[in-house]
Write a protein that binds this ligand. Structure first.
Ligand SMILES: Cc1cc2nc3c(=O)[nH]c(=O)nc-3n(C[C@H](O)[C@H](O)[C@H](O)COP(=O)(O)OP(=O)(O)OC[C@H]3O[C@@H](n4cnc5c(N)ncnc54)[C@H](O)[C@@H]3O)c2cc1C
Length: 370
């Protein structure tokens, strides 16, 4: 087995938005950093296959802490990643009359509490909704991001910070090696190993896979196989992003990386969920083997168009599929804190999972304490 000689200050496993951002931050502090990513390029998984929403608090009316953190992080994210931010569309949140977990009044007072700008939507927009099902529509300030541009920005930042990046390289096992951690890697089918003082497991839905392969304790996570339809919306919706809150409803958001919109539905986007166990679940194995279930788009559309009739003119182009992973304890109030677990079975092994891209600043703050 080939051995790399120079140990690193940090090895980051996983080249999504979180792994790349941590690698850049650590390298800028002067450490020698290696980033390994199993795919051909960076940001191909959850950091690409998501709703592309830059959160500003509106999505979390039942969790004041999550709403407030997004509110604080929003201007920072927009400023730090300006080149990837898409703000040339109007954004509306609508509150359903029935089955909603918040009323329009509750939504309004929560947004006032976190100081999130909110106004009644103009008449020409309100008229798009079915007033029998929608209590009120609000005009808000929320943006989207272009994941292709974000990838290019991350590549440039990694290069400028001097991070060594290994593509097509899978971390297969971690083990204590004196005061360092030894990382076994599979690169283009060849096994190699190297070591570092700190290792960051930033593999999102694969966090437990690497822990299990290393014989380390698992972290309680909940996974969901998610489908977001990629649609061409009719002209009258092209410049809009719409979210109906708060319960089994839907979002229709611009997806700049493909110049389409995503249509996602709280009830139909999930194709099954499972808690972490010792063995990979059948859904995970099928997903990894590129097997996809039949699309739920017809159900998403049938329900969404009751609230927003213009959606009936959407044209399905494709679907984005991804495993969405959350901390199970956050399900009740729909909060989205980060996971930052240090000494996760090994000294200086840190498992990091951001629930949203704006949480990156919370992860970087934790990292600065190490
Ligand atoms: C359906 C869905 C919708 C979402 N919508 C939004 C939204 O609108 N706004 C928002 O802010 N957030 C959203 N999120 C959350 C957001 O996408 C994630 O918080 C974020 O992308 C996580 O980034 P990451 O770097 O941790 O994960 P990823 O981008 O998944 O990166 C993990 C990387 O690790 C690599 N990897 C895995 N195992 C190994 C290994 N053993 N060795 C080497 N590499 C490995 C993978 O190939 C991958 O590139 C959504 C998520 C999903 C799934």
């Amino acid at each position: 087995m080939a051995e790399k000689n120079a140990p690193y200050h940090a090895i980051i496993v996983g080249g999504g938005f979180y792994g790349c951002s941590l690698a850049v931050a650590l390298a800028r502090q002067g450490g020698k950093v290696l980033l390994c990513e199993q795919e051909e390029s960076l940001l191909t998984r959850a950091s690409f296959n998501n709703q592309a929403r830059v959160h500003n608090g509106y999505h979390y009316p039942r969790s004041v802490l999550t709403a407030l953190r997004s509110r604080v992080n929003f201007p920072r994210w927009v400023s730090a990643y300006r080149g990837c931010v898409v703000d040339d569309f109007e954004k509306y949140y609508a509150i359903a009359r029935r089955f909603s977990k918040v009323s329009a009044q509750q939504f309004r007072s929560m947004m006032r509490r976190i100081d999130a700008p909110l106004e009644p939507a103009p008449k020409h927009v309100t008229k798009l909704f079915n007033s029998a099902l929608i209590e009120q529509v609000f005009s808000v300030r929320e943006f989207a991001f272009d994941a292709v541009k974000l990838r290019a920005m991350m590549e440039a930042d990694l290069k400028e910070a001097g991070v060594e990046v290994m593509y097509r390289t899978r971390a297969v096992k971690l083990a204590q090696d004196g005061s360092s951690i030894r990382v076994s890697l599979l690169h283009d089918g060849h096994e190699t190993a190297t070591s570092a003082t700190h290792v960051f497991n930033c593999t999102y839905s694969h966090i437990n896979e690497l822990l299990a392969a290393s014989g380390l304790p698992l972290i309680r996570l909940k996974h969901e196989l998610a489908e977001m339809a990629l649609v061409e919306v009719p002209e009258m919706l092209r410049n809009l992003g719409i979210t109906v809150m708060c319960g089994p409803f839907f979002s229709c958001m611009p997806f700049p990386a493909r110049r389409l919109h995503t249509l996602s539905h709280v009830r139909y986007t999930p194709h099954g969920s499972w808690q972490e166990t010792e063995r990979a679940s059948p859904e995970l194995r099928d997903f990894l083997n590129h097997k996809r279930p039949a699309s739920h788009y017809p159900y998403m559309l049938a329900d969404s168009q009751r609230y927003l009739p213009a959606l009936s003119e959407c044209r399905l182009v494709d679907s984005l599929w991804e495993i969405k992973t959350v901390l199970p304890q956050t399900e009740e109030c729909d909060s989205r804190p980060i996971l930052f677990k240090s000494d996760s079975g090994l000294k200086n092994l840190h498992c990091v999972m951001g629930a949203k891209i704006d949480n990156i600043f919370d992860a970087l703050a934790e990292c600065a304490h190490l």
